[in-house]
Structures are given as C-alpha cells and as structure tokens.
Design a protein around this ligand. Structure first.
Ligand SMILES: *Cc1c(COP(=O)(O)O)cnc(C)c1O
Length: 383
C-alpha cells in the first residue's frame, strides 16, 4: 500500500460503478493483437474460465461461460438458457439494478413475480417466504448482491438458504461484487452467478461472465430462444474446440487474463476487499468531515461505492460539482431514480490510499471553485 500522502497515480479517475480506473499493466495487454484461434488465446480463455471458478469455489460443481457483450448480456443469456419452459422467476427488487433484472425478464417474456422492496431495511426471510407461498409456480429466484444503484449489500446467504429449503434455483447478479466479496457457489448451491470484468475484477468491459451450475447447464440444450445468448451452445463449443463461437473480444480477453493474474497476486478476494474497505473508509470519513451525509448507514453499505446526499447549499448543483471534478480528470456518478438528490463515488479499481487522498484534495478544490468551501459544506450538512 502507498505510503505517499497524496499520490496521483493515474491520468484519469473513473470513480463510478464501472467501468473504472484500470492499471497500466492490464491496459498494456490490449496493445497486443492476438488470433482468436491461436493456442495462446485458447489457453488464455481456459485460464480465465478456470480462475473464475477458483474465486467462487465452483471448480467441482460449476462451469464458467463467457459471452461477448456486457454483463447484462450474460444475465439475459442466463435467463434464456437456465429458465426452461414452464419456469417462473421471482425477482427481489430493492434498487435500480433489481429493476433492471425485472425489465430484462419482462422484455424476453419470462413469467415473472416481483417482490418490490424499499431500499432498506434489507430483504427479510419472511418477505421471501411469503412471496414463495403466494405463488408455488415460482421455480427461480434472482437478486442483486451489491446493489450499486444504492450501495446496499444484499444478504445472499440468507436468500440461498430459503431457496434451498424451498427447492428453488437461486441466481445472483454479482456483477458488481464478484472478486471483491466472498461468494461460495458450491456452499450456496447457486444456479448462476453473473459477473462483469470491469468491477471488482479490475479489467476492461467487453465480455459477460456466467458461472452456472453444471447439472443445470447440462440439461439446458435448446432452452434459449436466442442463437447468440445461448449458454449451452457457447459452453459446448468452448469444451469441444477451446474456441469461442464467433469472434471473441481478443484485446479484452488479454486484459482480463492479466487482471486475473493481478487478482491472484494481490492474494485474491479477501485482500482486495480490505483495500476497497480502506479506500471507502477514507472517502466516507473525508466527505463526512466536509459536511456530506451518506445515504446509508455504514453497516449495510457495500464498501465499493458510497452514495451521498447533495449538500443543501444554494451554490451547489450536481452538474457544477461534476464539471469541476471532470476538469480535474475525475468522473463521479449521479444518483439513481431510486435515490434522488444523491451522487455516488466508487472506490473499486486500481486505487490505494494515495489516490483517495488525491481525490479528496481535488474535491476540496472543486468545492472552493463552486464557492462552497469545505467549512460551509460542513454547515450545510448540519442543517
Ligand atoms: C454494473 C452493473 C450491472 C450492469 O452491467 P453492464 O456491464 O453495464 O451490463 C448489473 N448489475 C449490477 C449490480 C451492476 O453494478
């Protein structure tokens, strides 16, 4: 970890829910041109698939399938392939990305029940049991793990317990959490985990990752009504040829293989979470000292993104604050409809203490530029 007080290590800081600030080491891999059918690429694909299973203890029970596209493509492919004819999905929705899980199911006409919950309190066992009691036709459940729309970390262990008791198949949108938070695919008996390369794995966007239960994938032939978003066909092709069906994102895969190497070198999931937690602590403490208030109490927040209320000072507007930071090559994110009057700052990515200090000093400069000195912001926050 950096001992520098205020060290600017990157030209651009993407402090968003992803894509995010990626190391030069990962970006440099994209300068190489690779043939998708060459042995090097076949090997690299196999290594990435196997490392994904290592991260979630899924090597014996699960398969990893890669899909060209973003993480949402992976989720749609999961719905198509893993929910058979006659299946019905329960979406546990308590934020923006939960809403997206629902819309995705609606748009491809997956039979659906929505358990719509407020941002807090966290989903309770009784609510889920009630929803399952109310509709015995439900076969599958899906929920976001880290709901980056608000920053809430949902209790997937409890939900998986209910799912196992009721013999339902539980799928997790771990797009924002995988690689940074503990997820045990075998112990939680997860039907599928959906993953992005450009969140806690700290790589670039361009591939969707699915970790699917072997026994379910094995009987999923012909389920998908889409040729491209067919995990069974994609998986069979990987297994039989080592190649991708159609052109893979070769540069993106080069970057992801390097990002896996860095993840392993850092010590895996736990040390990565510790680094994010200390980045997050520094950011949240720093902004509180400057008068900002967080949307969430610390104990339910995923320490990868923090959501703050807009200050009430009339000099403040999100657009002005955003622009003032953008001038300093820092990108933050607005709040979501589920949490209006807020903004979000992410701490995932190749970031350490020195970077967070740089970000805080840039925030001070931006506040001064807005005519909102940190001291005044403190008062505004205390109103
Ligand atoms: C980022 C994110 C997504 C969407 O991923 P895309 O790569 O944009 O398709 C889905 N769910 C959660 C929780 C996310 O944070």
């Amino acid at each position: 970890m950096s001992t520098q007080l205020n060290e600017r290590r990157h030209d651009f800081y993407l402090l968003t829910p992803g894509p995010l600030t990626v190391s030069d080491e990962v970006k440099r891999e994209m300068l190489r041109d690779r043939s998708p059918n060459a042995e090097e690429h076949t090997k690299l694909t196999a290594e990435v698939r196997s490392y994904m299973l290592d991260i979630c203890n899924g090597a014996a029970t699960h398969e990893c399938i890669l899909v060209q596209g973003s993480a949402t493509y992976a989720i749609e492919a999961g719905y198509q392939t893993l929910i058979p004819e006659g299946g019905k999905l329960l979406v546990i929705q308590n934020g923006f990305y939960g809403q997206r899980l629902r819309e995705l199911a609606e748009s491809i006409r997956v039979p659906l029940v929505v358990l719509e919950l407020p941002m807090l309190p966290l989903p309770a066992r009784e609510d889920i049991e009630q929803a399952l009691d109310d509709d015995p036709e439900i076969t599958h459940i899906i929920c976001c793990h880290a709901e980056t729309g608000t920053g809430v970390l949902n209790p997937i262990e409890m939900i998986s317990e209910v799912a196992r008791e009721r013999k339902k198949k539980f799928m997790v949108d771990a797009v924002a959490s995988f690689g940074g938070f503990p997820i045990d695919a075998a112990a939680l008996d997860l039907e599928a985990i959906f993953v992005s390369p450009n969140k806690c794995l700290e790589s670039v966007p361009g591939v969707g990752i699915v970790i699917a239960k072997k026994s379910s994938l094995g009987i999923a032939k012909g389920n998908s009504k889409s040729a491209c978003l067919d995990l069974y066909a994609q998986w069979k092709f990987f297994e039989e040829t080592g190649w991708w069906r159609w052109t893979p994102p070769t540069h993106v895969m080069g970057a992801l293989a390097k990002a896996c190497e860095r993840h392993r070198r850092e010590g895996g999931q736990a040390p990565r979470l510790e680094r994010y937690r200390s980045n997050w602590r520094r950011l949240v403490d720093g902004l509180r000292q400057r008068g900002f208030r967080t949307l969430l109490p610390d104990d339910v927040a995923a320490p990868i993104i923090a959501t703050f209320h807009d200050p009430e000072d009339p000099n403040y507007s999100f657009q002005k604050f955003y622009k003032a930071l953008e001038k300093r090559n820092i990108v933050i994110f607005p709040g979501r409809l589920t949490a209006t009057g807020t903004f979000r700052i992410g701490v995932m990515g190749d970031l350490v203490e020195g970077d967070m200090n740089f970000v805080l000093s840039a925030i001070d400069d931006a506040l001064t530029e807005l005519g909102l000195s940190p001291a005044e912001a403190v008062e505004a926050g205390h109103q």
